[in-house]
Design a protein around this ligand. Structure first.
Ligand code: BG6
Length: 369
């Protein structure tokens, strides 16, 4: 069943191009318009939505954090992202104009299910973004948008994360189409870019050996930091989560802009820090700000492990290691940038002799609150 791979996780990392492609398949008609047949929420209701709240746990919540940037940008609807267990117990403000998006690989996570029930009791519409057909969360939701990642066996989520981002982006583009926020040709172009991501994810996987070799050389690390900005921030948090889950190493993801407000105190000689660098072609000087962050931490002794776009020569002087990823629009970069972080965590755990498919104390699906 592992198809010749050394673990399910390794196989599932290699399944990721397919997961992205399959999640996009069949979502457009002959005119290139997005059609979501499985969505059973009235279009008029979706047009009247004035707030979106994403609820999820773990990796699925980080997919939600990524989606917030894209959906707000495309649809101009405020998006909140909240851990399902926090949402449920804080008297959240939801009403009939609120669209709650519940993201879950298994569709069985009890914390997420309880939040779904609570949201519906308050009159919100709930749309489930779920990987497992016929599971409980979609059954109890108003609508479902399935991710088509195929069964995910390894406890630590990989391909489901890419599929969740992809599905949430399709949802964002659909809402933009429905509400007239974007011209049809802009939506078609973004969809084409999204379709092209499967090929680029494959490229990142093919470059995995260098990441593995780096991980093997770092098996004695006892704490690893991850920095990212904009959509790279949730990627940093997901990279840290993978390392905690698989290698039992204390890891934390930070917003790069927050560095000087605290985390830089953690930097001392040899401290490994991953940095996800935004596209140099993006707006808002995000790229140069993050390059300055790399320079600052390196000056304080950090060992910098940089994820950067092909051709981004600005990072070279400050990077101890560079993991190159293909060029992509800023909002789509997470689908590429997370892959070296997954491979790194898996390879480091393997080098420590750990079971990457069944990490200690964790369950694939947590069906208790
Ligand atoms: C955790 C799993 O218990 O639940 C994580 O170990 C997962 O990998 C999280 O991200 C949420 O699970 P689900 O099935 O709701 O996406």
């Amino acid at each position: 069943e592992k198809g010749g791979f050394e673990s399910f996780m390794d196989k599932e990392i290699h399944d990721q191009p397919q997961a992205v492609a399959d999640t996009l398949r069949g979502r457009t008609d002959a005119d290139g318009r997005i059609v979501l047949d499985d969505l059973r929420i009235d279009e008029a209701v979706l047009r009247s939505v004035d707030k979106i709240i994403v609820i999820a746990c773990g990796t699925a919540a980080y997919a939600g954090h990524v989606a917030k940037y894209a959906i707000e940008h495309w649809c101009r609807i405020p998006v909140e992202v909240e851990l399902a267990h926090e949402f449920r117990y804080r008297d959240p403000i939801v009403d009939a104009q609120t669209l709650v998006v519940a993201i879950s690989q298994s569709g069985e996570t009890m914390d997420t299910l309880m939040a779904v029930r609570h949201a519906r009791e308050q009159g919100a519409k709930v749309l489930a973004v779920v990987n497992t057909n016929g599971s409980t969360i979609p059954r109890e939701s108003d609508a479902v948008l399935y991710t088509h990642a195929g069964p995910e066996i390894a406890v630590a989520s990989t391909k489901a994360f890419l599929a969740q981002i992809t599905a949430a982006y399709v949802l964002g583009l659909y809402l933009a189409q429905l509400r007239g926020n974007k011209f049809p040709d802009e939506i078609a172009t973004t969809l084409d870019e999204l379709r092209d991501m499967a090929r680029k994810v494959q490229t990142v996987i093919e470059r995995g050996e260098y990441v593995r070799a780096t991980a093997r050389s770092m098996k004695d690390a006892d704490k690893v930091l991850f920095l990212g900005r904009h959509v790279g921030y949730p990627v940093a948090m997901e990279g840290a989560l993978k390392l905690k889950e698989l290698a039992y190493i204390h890891a934390e993801g930070f917003a790069a802009g927050e560095l000087k407000h605290g985390p830089i105190a953690l930097i001392d000689d040899g401290q490994p820090v991953f940095v996800v660098v935004p596209s140099p072609r993006g707006r808002d000087q995000l790229h140069s700000k993050v390059v300055s962050n790399i320079q600052e931490i390196r000056a304080r002794g950090a060992r910098t492990l940089v994820i950067a776009e092909d051709g981004d020569d600005d990072v070279r002087p400050y990077a101890d290691e560079i993991f190159w990823i293909p060029k992509a629009p800023t909002l789509l970069q997470p689908l590429l940038a997370v892959v070296p972080l997954q491979i790194f965590a898996m390879a480091l755990a393997t080098a420590k002799g750990l079971d990457v498919d069944q990490p200690r104390n964790l369950a694939k699906s947590v069906t208790v609150e």
